[in-house]
Design a protein around this ligand. Sequence first.
Ligand code: CP
Length: 308
Amino acid sequence: MQKKLSVRHLLGIKNITTDDIELILDTASSFKEVINRPIKKVPSLRDITIANIFFENSTRTRLSFELAEKRLSADVINFSASGSSVKKGETLLDTVNNILAMKVDMVVMRHSSVGAPHFLSRHVKAHIINAGDGTHEHPTQALLDAFSIKEKFGTIAGKKVCIFGDILHSRVALSNIFCLQKLGAEVMVCGPPTLLPRYIKDLDVKVETNLNKALQWCDVANVLRIQLERQTIKYFPTLREYALYYGINRSRLEHLDKEILIMHPGPINRGIELSSDVADSKHSIILDQVENGVAIRMAVLYLLAGMP
Ligand code: CP
């Protein structure tokens, strides 16, 4: 019998099981083979209509979902809040119900409000996929990150992964912590104390404020962007000072007695959290992450479409 997910929406990593994650990663491996063939399209989601609803900016996630949907032969409609009737005061629920009235089966949504996709999932019949809700979760990013680590090392269990930077404002951090822990990795977070949330001590992760010690500890450095657009107060004096104490550059990596894998979900603030010589080095798998994102999103869409 074909394995199935335990959920009919992908709202976060917190509420899915380790079996769900492993099923998504295994399914993504098969889809990665498909998208590397000369004929990249399969008919799996023919006659399924998917709406990509983005209330916040995106490059990678939006394009990657759209490509995944097209590779699966789904019909795709795209909605951006800018230029829509949201600007005339239409509510989220009215917006989505109007889109669903056009017979949409699945909704991929990014929103600046924490819990927006969870709210929708309680009010509409379509399958909902969270493409990032505020500072909360970004489940497909965590899944593609896990896939990329597994692809490199063959396993995730026992690997030491440190998430660096603006943990406080990051949905990538939270989804990664849940995902990596469920797959048996050891997780550390490292950043200035002002950018480490108070709840972090309840998540069973190691916490380090010294960048060099964290780099020495980890096998994988997942470096996050400073999210200036979400920072309403000053969390550090200047970007120059941030780069001085928390920027990862070649000189810092050359002082380690080992090589580590460099990841970043993008977009990169080059020269702030990561120098270009590291971002573009042979240790960086940043573009592999982007490539793997398509296969992961194909797997998520395919598996959810099989749920009642
Ligand atoms: N990693 C990520 O979510 O990138 P975008 O904001 O460009 O989608």
